[in-house]
Design a protein around this ligand. Sequence first.
Ligand SMILES: Cc1cc2nc3c(=O)[nH]c(=O)nc-3n(C[C@H](O)[C@H](O)[C@H](O)COP(=O)(O)O)c2cc1C
Length: 401
Amino acid sequence: MTRPLHFVGFLKPAGEYPSGWRHPSSADRAGVDFAFVSEQVRRLEAAGLDAVFIPDLVGLPDVSPDVLDRVAVVNDTFEPTTLLAALSAVTERIGLIGTASTSFASAAAIADDFGSLHALSEGRAGWNVVTSLNDAEARNFGHAGHLAHADRYAHAGSVADRVRDAWGEGGPVIAQAGSSPAGRDLAARIADVVFVRALPVEETRDFVDDIRSRATGHGRDPAAVKILPELSAVVARSRSEAREAFAKVRDLLDPRIALADLEYWTRTDLAGLPLDGPLPPLPASASHGGSHGGSRGAQEEIYRQAAREGLTIRDLARQIADGDGAVVGTAGDVADHIERYADVAGVDGFTVSFPWVPDTLNAFTDLVVPELRRRGLFRTHYEGTTIREHLHLDIAQRQRA
Ligand SMILES: Cc1cc2nc3c(=O)[nH]c(=O)nc-3n(C[C@H](O)[C@H](O)[C@H](O)COP(=O)(O)O)c2cc1C
């Protein structure tokens, strides 16, 4: 493992936890409040994170209006490249990664937007390649439904190749978070940075091994792919204080939202099923109710988790809502977790998400970063000025695969 590790802040201004937006410390209309968002990003920069990463959906999630009324969706935020361009003017060092979908944006538009951001920010841009999950996103662009999963990824590969051709070598960094075999293969072929949701340490190790061996298969140096699983943390000066803080936000969670979230990720209609019973059998394909949307990788992972731990629908809904295994404890607990994943799973760092903002973001920068620095796991200062320098990505190693 190379130290220090890499850290990317995954910023949803209204918070990652489904009821985070209801927390008393949360800002009203957080996602469209530039002063608020830029303050958070400047904090991440002052702490020395490699990059901030802005997610995006290009339509509302496929959930009922009743559920939409009770969540802060990703769309309640600025469009990523516009936001990152504004952020480039009020920051100096931190990398600026934004999401754009290959299913609906053209290669020319993506190359132009992120190429401009890269120039504006003097080498700090990154593109998170997504194929989009929801049929509602497809309808937003005038399509009846989404492309089939395999077609989405085949198209993504050709769009990414054209974007890379437009940039030549050394353009914006490319990030990807595929978890299905097709998604992993695309990530291993084209990505400099790979995101993956939080998984148990052994599954993370299998994921890391798989990505690195696929990268080797594509003729790449496997160390040139930086693998950063998601990490969600609720940190306080004592464990009991952290548990209390988490209990408060959990109490604000409407059970209808937890269940809807589980239905969304499993693409499974759970209406009418006993909450204390198991999930119904896994559908034969990712398509559900005639839809091609959804993440097959996430769906299969959740089914595996349910089987492994013998979870009921009620337990599983709670666990999914609980931030995919958020670490709740002291800075030392979070640092132990980070060190274990680096040692056992060989990850290059983490994509840190914040259950509610600004409290959990402040706790990460003020409590966790100093502890990580004490252990040699976090940079003391930016050595370079570009995102490639921060991530130790050698341009010469980015062979075309
Ligand atoms: C940390 C992280 C961030 C993600 N951000 C987005 C996003 O902003 N927009 C999006 O459409 N999908 C996003 N995804 C979903 C992935 O792009 C991908 O669809 C998902 O990991 C499932 O992989 P699969 O499509 O190979 O099944 C994200 C996934 C992870 C793990």
